[in-house]
Structure formats: structure tokens, C-alpha cells
Design a protein around this ligand. Structure first.
Ligand code: OAD
Length: 205
């Protein structure tokens, strides 16, 4: 096998997929017959799949996040980083991989076509993508507890937060002097002065 001939004028575009990370121990998508826990990968790695079953998709990516712990780039990643060293701006790497291993190997001119697994983006608001390394435990979701304190429940969007939390199976408390307009949507309503109730409600066991 001969080295690929490159001249000082050559411009190089590289496309990578899961196979380049296989030797780092990252499972490819089409391994295991393209199935994850019996689901086709397209079911768990697509916006449509996320719309259908967000919890399933979170579990899939959580498992992949956890699987990336301690994973290092391999000689393939390193060879591409070295090529970029030689070519500079005449090199561009487009990757479908979300594992960040090209950057870890030193590649800088990288376009992550499918994003990065350590970043999350909210589908419900305009917040820019943010770093998020949390791996949800198998079968578990975070125990979300929501406290609304001293608020009438009349002004949106704040008044609708309780519904968003309940949609995530969170537990909700209203602590207010009187029954707020949205009181019926809380799991627990504690009527009284916040300054009196909170020390008891938040006392450590
Ligand atoms: P696939 O899992 O579909 O394909 C990986 C390819 O790498 C296969 O053709 C393997 O034969 C090859 N391969 C495996 N080990 C290799 C090695 N050590 N050296 C060279 N080749 C090797 O992965 P992708 O094509 O990246 O999308 O999958 C495309 C997209 O499908 C993913 O980015 C993902 C999924 O839906 C999203 O997550 C949005």
C-alpha cells in the first residue's frame, strides 16, 4: 500500500464515521445488527425517535456517555491530527461522530455533523447548546423536586413551570400564603408564611 500522494497544493477533506473510533472501544452503530436493546438505532438516534420517546433516547445516550469514560483516541485519530499539522487550512475534517475523539487527538478543523455527545440542546427553548456530561443511571431518571414559593401562579411562563416539571415526573410543592391560581397542579400545597414553613420543609433528616 502506497501513501496517498499529496502536493503542496492538495486540499484534503476527510469524512469519518463510527468505524474510526471502533479501535478506541466505542461501539459502532451498525454493530449488534444496528440494534440497541432491541430498538433500531434510527429509533434512538434521531429527532423523530426523541419526539416519540425522549426517555428511551436519554437512556441510549446516557449509556454511550458513560461508555466514553476513559476512552482515548487511537492511531487513526492521531494520523489525521498529524495530517492537519502538515496541511493547516488546506485540511478539513467532517465527522459524524459525537465522541470528541478527533479533538482529543489534537484535530482543530473539525465539523461535528451530528453534534457532540457531551453537549445538550433544549428542544423547547432558544438556549444555546451547553456542556452536559450527565449519564442517567439505567432505569433511573433524576429525582426532580420543584418548589414554588410565594408566587400567585398567574403570570406565565413562570406559572407553567409546574407542568413542565410534572411532565418529567418531578415532585412539586407550592409554599404560599394562599392557594395560588395554579395550586391544583402541585402534588403538595403548604399554606402559610414562607419564612415559617421553609425551615421545617427544608430541615435535614
Ligand atoms: P456505522 O456504525 O453505521 O458504520 C461504521 C462503519 O465502520 C461500518 O461500515 C464498519 O464496517 C466500519 N468499521 C468498523 N470498525 C472499523 C475500523 N476499525 N476501521 C475502519 N472501519 C471500521 O457508523 P456511521 O456510518 O458513523 O447518527 O453511522 C452514521 C450515523 O448513524 C451515526 O453518526 C449515527 C447513526 O444514526 C447519529 O447519531 C445522528
Amino acid at each position: 500500500m502506497q501513501p496517498i500522494p499529496l502536493t503542496p497544493e492538495s486540499r484534503v477533506l476527510v469524512l469519518t464515521g463510527a468505524g474510526i473510533s471502533a479501535e478506541s472501544g466505542v461501539p459502532t452503530f451498525r454493530a449488534s445488527n444496528g440494534l440497541w436493546e432491541g430498538n433500531a438505532v434510527e429509533e434512538v438516534a434521531s429527532p423523530e425517535g426523541f419526539a416519540r420517546d425522549p426517555l428511551l433516547v436519554w437512556r441510549f445516550y446516557s449509556q454511550r456517555r458513560a461508555g466514553l469514560e476513559g476512552v482515548l483516541p487511537n492511531r487513526g485519530h492521531a494520523a489525521l491530527a498529524a495530517l492537519e499539522e502538515r496541511l493547516g487550512d488546506r485540511f478539513l475534517l467532517v465527522t459524524q461522530n459525537v465522541d470528541g475523539l478527533h479533538a482529543a487527538a489534537g484535530s482543530q478543523r473539525v465539523i461535528e455533523l451530528h453534534g457532540n455527545i457531551m453537549q445538550s440542546r433544549c428542544t423547547g427553548c432558544d438556549r444555546p447548546p451547553f456542556e452536559d456530561r450527565q449519564a442517567y443511571r439505567p432505569g433511573g431518571v433524576p429525582d426532580i423536586v420543584f418548589l414554588a414559593i410565594g408566587t400567585s401562579g398567574l403570570v406565565f411562563p413562570a406559572a407553567g413551570l409546574v407542568d413542565s416539571v410534572r411532565a418529567q415526573r418531578g415532585r412539586t410543592w407550592l409554599i404560599n400564603a394562599d392557594a395560588a391560581a395554579n395550586a391544583s397542579r402541585f402534588d403538595h400545597v403548604e399554606l402559610g408564611a414562607a419564612g415559617e414553613l421553609l425551615p421545617t420543609l427544608l430541615a435535614t433528616a
